[in-house]
Design a protein around this ligand. Structure first.
Ligand code: YOG
Length: 134
């Protein structure tokens, strides 16, 4: 049985989001707004199909994918760079590699106790986010 990420999750901590945004080239004014946000994630998981909706008072982002199927990601409203993304299971972790202009770009989701974890990577920066069930 794979891990079940289904649910509505609220951000409770956000370590080095600033460094991650700088690595993505997000401008100062946008970073100032973005780091105040407490995004919510709504995850719908059906077998190997995922729908992740990240919402905030400033921007929303929707990501849909199937495990093992590479897709074009536009990162619209984020850094707006296109990349090729591939999500796979690594044991109980959901690992995404985002191949494009930025080196070492990707993210990993996993569950730890009742918490949802997300590690966001770009170049030499790692942002660590923790979410709790709404
Ligand atoms: O999640 O990729 O769950 O896509 C990363 C923001 C901030 C906009 C958020 C909006 C990167 C301004 C998405 C925040 C910074 C700053 C709420 C994380 C870029 C621009 C949308 C992500 C994955 C895994 C699913």
């Amino acid at each position: 049985m794979p891990v079940d990420f289904n649910g509505t999750w609220n951000l409770v901590s956000n370590d080095n989001f600033e460094g991650y945004m700088v690595a993505l080239g997000i401008d100062f004014a946008t970073r100032k707004i973005a780091k105040m946000l407490k995004p919510q994630k709504v995850i719908k998981q059906d077998g190997d199909s995922f729908h992740i909706h990240t919402t905030s008072t400033f921007r929303d982002y929707v990501l849909q994918f199937k495990i093992g199927q590479e897709f074009e990601e536009d990162n619209k409203g984020l850094d707006n760079r296109k990349c090729k993304s591939l999500v796979t299971w690594e044991n109980d972790k959901l690992v995404c590699v985002q191949t494009g202009e930025k080196k070492n770009r990707g993210w990993t989701h996993w569950l730890e106790g009742d918490d949802l974890h997300l590690e966001l990577r770009c170049e030499n920066q790692v942002c660590r986010q923790v979410f709790k069930r709404a």
